[in-house]
Design a protein around this ligand. Structure first.
Ligand SMILES: *[C@@H]1O[C@H](CO)[C@@H](O)[C@H](O)[C@H]1NC(C)=O
Ligand SMILES: *[C@@H]1O[C@H](CO)[C@@H](O)[C@H](O)[C@H]1NC(C)=O
Ligand SMILES: *[C@@H]1O[C@H](CO)[C@@H](O)[C@H](O)[C@H]1NC(C)=O
Ligand SMILES: *[C@@H]1O[C@H](CO)[C@@H](O)[C@H](O)[C@H]1NC(C)=O
Length: 344
């Protein structure tokens, strides 16, 4: 009797532990469609389900895909491209229409959790020079959501590495900050993110840093394969480039007054072909090591209590722009075959 009870308790405990781990590891995929040989949107939904992928980022609305997602337990991050933002020309009415057509039409059957305004913000983002501010579009999107009764959906932006002014080949996180220009652009938006409890998002690609500076950033450090410390920054010790890069953003946000802001890595990966050290073996090593790191739940040296949240590139896309490596970042081939075993 007693041992029966204990076994049941143990089982319940194990179940809880298993569930806890599953929900803790925040691993999603970015679904891009720049390819002429990709699976149909419905097939991509089936792929997500088959591989138990519970989070997807869409770079722009896709009617077939969103329709096929209805009723599925898959969380969506939906992008609003720069072209779309520009086409609004600062009009609340146009923003309302977009939210109505691409968000309201699918909620609550589709679990849309975030709207990402603009393409990835980079140093040369074409939203810098529009006659209205991106901040205005963020505000207007929030207003549209509020008016349509969708206020649980967070509005945010996504950046890339070039928004940070870091000239050293292997800079320590403590020196990180935005360029003057990107800071002026991002500061008012960060204020809104903070007020609305929305995360900051950025891509993190150790691969590109490695190929720019192969001597300073060796492949072990970039692939999270290093067993010894590669870089110290004050009392912090870094074993991999991914943590160095992510902590550079935490430091920057802290310098801007947001020490508690959440960060989501909206894109990461390693190419399997097309450039220096771009091999299937290295892609597998990077993804496997990264997901192991994410699953540990111990964050980065500067934010050990903040679990790392990542989105991997879903498919190889043959119409991505040059360089050639851009086409080979998927964890799946363009016809939807997983390249190596991945536990999502
Ligand atoms: C955009 O808005 C500005 C200011 O409201 C207006 O002058 C301009 O004509 C608009 N452009 C287009 C293409 O509608
Ligand atoms: C934005 O305007 C500045 C100043 O006029 C210019 O130097 C920069 O190249 C422009 N950027 C883009 C992306 O058009
Ligand atoms: C956006 O909204 C915030 C308040 O949430 C306000 O302080 C800011 O001025 C607004 N910006 C624009 C450009 O409308
Ligand atoms: C960020 O939000 C928190 C909580 O609402 C607030 O206390 C803090 O002042 C905000 N920080 C900035 C820099 O606006």
């Amino acid at each position: 009797m007693v041992s029966h009870k204990m076994i049941s308790l143990l089982l319940v405990g194990l179940l809880f532990a298993a569930n806890f781990n599953l929900s803790e590891a925040h691993i999603g995929v970015t679904y891009g469609t720049a390819g002429n040989n990709l699976p149909a949107p419905e097939e991509v939904v089936a792929l997500l389900e088959e591989h138990k992928i519970s989070r997807v980022r869409l770079l722009e609305p896709n009617k077939e895909f969103l329709t096929a997602l209805k009723g599925k337990d898959i969380e969506v991050m939906l992008g609003m491209t720069n072209n779309v933002v520009n086409s609004f020309n600062g009009s609340q009415l146009e923003t309302d229409k977009w939210v109505e057509e691409h968000v309201k039409a699918y909620v609550p059957d589709v679990k849309i959790k975030y709207i990402v305004v603009g393409n990835e913000v980079s140093r040369n983002n074409d939203l810098f020079n529009v006659s209205f501010s991106a901040e205005l579009v963020v505000n207007q999107t929030l207003i549209a959501l509020q008016d349509l009764g969708l206020k649980d959906i967070k509005v945010t932006i996504s950046c890339d590495r070039s928004v940070l002014e870091q000239l050293d080949p292997n800079p320590v996180p403590s020196t990180a900050d935005f360029w003057l220009f990107t800071g002026q652009f991002l500061d008012p938006i960060l204020k809104i993110l903070n007020e609305t409890g929305a995360p900051f998002m950025t891509s993190v690609y150790p691969y590109y840093e490695h190929i720019k500076f192969p001597n300073e950033i060796n492949s072990e450090f970039a692939l999270l394969s290093s067993t010894c410390s590669g870089l110290t920054d004050g009392k912090y010790c870094y074993q991999n480039k991914f943590d160095v890069m992510l902590d550079a953003y935490y430091v920057t946000l802290e310098k801007r007054g947001y020490p508690n802001m959440e960060i989501i890595v909206s894109e990461t990966g390693w190419p399997s072909d097309g450039g220096l050290d771009a091999t299937l073996k290295n892609e597998k090593t990077y993804i496997t090591n990264l997901l192991k790191h994410v699953r540990k739940g111990t964050g980065t040296p500067r934010r050990p209590s903040k679990p790392i949240q990542v989105y991997l590139n879903l498919l190889d896309e043959n119409n991505r722009g040059s360089p050639e490596i851009e086409k080979h970042f998927g964890v799946f081939t363009s016809d939807g075959k997983i390249k190596f075993p991945v536990k999502f």
